[in-house]
Write a protein of this length. Structure first.
Length: 54
């Protein structure tokens, strides 16, 4: 009968190390694009407000 160490060696052959997965960039809005979007939405809301009577 073999020892525990030889059984582990037989069941778990030495495999090459697996490299970590590469990070994929996620597209996001930049600060300037987000500020432009907020400004455009604000102008659209200001333009759509009802006119004052009187």
């Amino acid at each position: 009968m073999g020892t525990v160490a030889s059984a582990k060696l037989a069941c778990n052959p030495a495999l090459p190390p697996v490299p970590p997965p590469q990070a994929t960039p996620v597209p996001t809005l930049g600060e300037w694009a987000l500020a432009l979007l907020v400004t455009m939405l604000g102008l659209l809301g200001w333009r759509q407000r009802p006119a004052r009577q009187g």
